[in-house]
Design a protein around this ligand. Sequence first.
Ligand code: BT5
Length: 259
Amino acid sequence: MRTPRLPGVYTLVALEEVDSTNAEARRLAQKGEAETPDGTLVWAKRQAAGRGRRGRTWESPEGNLYCSLVLRPECPVARAAELGFVAALAVYDTIASLAEPGTNANVKWPNDVLIHDRKVAGILLETESGVGDVPEWLILGIGVNVLHFPEGTPYPATSLKAEGMADVDVVAVLETFSRHFVSWATRWLEDGFEPIRAAWVWRVKGIGQPIEVRLESEALKGIFKELDAQGALILDQNGKTRRVTAGDVFFPAPAKGNA
Ligand code: BT5
């Protein structure tokens, strides 16, 4: 596999295998800024213990993209979640650049990317806990299914290969993503969350439509009204508004009509 060519803002740490690139990025970040600067990008060909949100597993065989960015932005921890949307836009644009015209891609709240309604990428954002208002580091983990995807997941999965992008390899995805991330992150730094929010809403699946949001212990039904200025999902439940900050979105199957 050739060495990825990345914009100069990144410092690449390329590994054959690791437990989780997020875990490795965290270990490196803890060594401090001099050793692990902003823009350190940990990339592994496979993960032995890839993680999703809420302690879930991320299937990580060789052939897909697994990477984690160490970021040290001067932003309060309350704004960290915004970077998950920045990354989702960069993954979306990566797919848009590499896919055949007509490929139907979307983002899905909070940070997934779908092709033809199947999950092709997931994002895991982690911050240092228990510190002051501005965390020393943030870890942005990105998994993109290039060649492989798991069967039987609660939300159906897919890969770039299964969606017709058979010629695309991991290095091309990493290079394309790294360029789009620089451009969206610059937009975020210069203009704040609003342009990110607007661009994300333009690409999202299910806005204005009925959805179900599964939380830890309950499932909420309602109309997906909007993404608010902090990245929370606003659900309209028969005229009452509910603000959701964490959960999994599902879409009801379309009704089967005779027409
Ligand atoms: C996510 O979690 O979508 C975040 C995934 C982040 C993975 C990257 S890879 C590089 C970095 N290092 C890590 O250790 N992690 C990050 P969540 O929304 O919780 O989705 C997890 C759920 O998706 C699982 O419980 C499965 O149902 C399903 N799943 C597992 N592996 C998958 C895959 N490869 N593709 C699609 N769905 C998957």
